[in-house]
Design a protein around this ligand. Structure first.
Ligand SMILES: *Cc1c(COP(=O)(O)O)cnc(C)c1O
Length: 355
């Protein structure tokens, strides 16, 4: 605390990101990064961008990147907003669509950044409890006509709503914004982007960080009615017009074009996930049905805290949330097959030692 701090700084509760310890080399299964390399086409494009003209500002409209995203998803480029990571897209959305004192709803167990943005911007939030099985109680989101945020698949559970469930929520709330955060949609869920043509209250956000192996580049985007996109542009141009640098614009554009690499790597992640789930079940874990690049699992007798610590001790990082209802769960990112084999073998040892 310092006398120079604004009230906003004093009261904000910042996001706690996944640890990145430097004391030894860990197998990192704690931040949902993609184990597969960046598209070669994207790397070439980024190298060319470095050699090009970094002395000049980037295109503040991200025309080329937005056009490429629009073409890929079959929407108009005026229906696409690009941000510095989808976290920025989400933060700008809070500013663009909710007033101080407005109420928004989202699940009690969800991406914890929603609490942070709401707190920072004075937006009230009501957290709707997930069902016992960690599914989202769709009925409780219908006909509310207040702002709604849903991560789909949800984080950190990996549980996914169907497109028709999302449509039920969107269509029954015509007077409020529904923001669907699809950070993990490419790992088996069905995107709601098609619904943005039909509903002007739906905004869908996605990211290059997970399914496109570009977490280090910081690009995310939102698709929705062009009036929604205009609102996001107005916020962006009131804070920083150049949120996406030239290298990132080039890399992200090439990444969208490299459909083959995208399809191959996301398929590998899905296959590994499907292979690992039964192995965990054999070790007496309950595993929630996941459509993400991570799984959320709980052992029948060993606590989440103990498993987290034992794994870390043996060089494997997973994410543990010391929060009600989920304190005995671990969120395990899907790594390469070799990483997952190492993880499973260490885990088997730990589980045996507690018998
Ligand atoms: C990772 C993640 C994001 C943000 O990703 P960026 O790296 O900022 O694009 C947004 N929402 C959820 C649920 C996430 O897990």
């Amino acid at each position: 605390m310092s006398k120079f701090w604004s009230d906003r700084v004093k009261t904000t509760k910042p996001y706690t990101y996944g640890e990145q310890p430097k004391d030894k080399k860990y197998i990192k299964l704690n931040t949902n990064e993609n184990p597969y390399p960046v598209s070669k086409l994207a790397i070439e494009a980024m190298k060319a961008a470095v050699n090009d003209d970094l002395k000049l500002y980037p295109d503040p409209t991200c025309f080329e990147l937005r056009s490429e995203i629009a073409a890929y998803y079959g929407v108009d480029k005026d229906e696409v907003f690009v941000g510095n990571g989808s976290d920025e897209v989400l933060a700008f959305s809070f500013m663009a669509f909710f007033n101080r004192g407005d109420k928004v709803i989202y699940p009690d167990i969800s991406y914890s950044f929603y609490d942070v943005y709401a707190g920072l911007l004075g937006v009230e939030s009501e957290r709707i409890p997930l069902n016992e099985d960690f599914s989202i109680p769709v009925e409780k989101y219908k006909n509310k006509n207040i702002g709604i945020l849903i991560a789909n698949p949800n984080a950190p559970t990996g549980v996914c709503l169907t497109l028709s469930e999302i449509e039920d929520i969107v269509s029954s709330n015509p007077h409020s914004l529904v923001l669907v955060d699809e950070a993990y949609i490419d790992f088996g869920g069905e995107t709601a982007i098609s619904l943005t043509k039909k509903y002007d209250n739906l905004l869908v956000s996605q990211t290059f960080s997970k399914s496109r192996s570009l977490a280090g580049m910081r690009v995310g985007f939102a698709i929705g009615d062009k009036k929604l996109i205009e609102a996001l542009e107005r916020i962006k141009n009131s804070i920083n017009s150049y949120t996406i640098d030239r290298v990132a614009i080039a890399g992200a554009t090439a990444s969208i074009r490299d459909v083959e690499h995208f399809e191959a790597t996301r398929r590998l992640v899905i296959e590994t996930r499907e292979r690992v789930v039964p192995c965990l079940e054999k070790l007496a874990f309950t595993v929630l049905p996941s459509k993400a690049n991570f799984i959320f699992a709980k052992h029948e007798s060993i606590s989440g805290q103990t498993l987290y610590e034992q794994l870390k001790h043996r060089g494997i990082l997973v994410r543990h949330f010391a929060k009600p209802r989920i304190e005995d769960y671990l969120r395990i990112s899907i790594g390469s097959d070799a990483e997952m084999d190492a993880f499973l073998s260490v885990l088997e040892d730990i589980v045996k030692s507690y018998k």
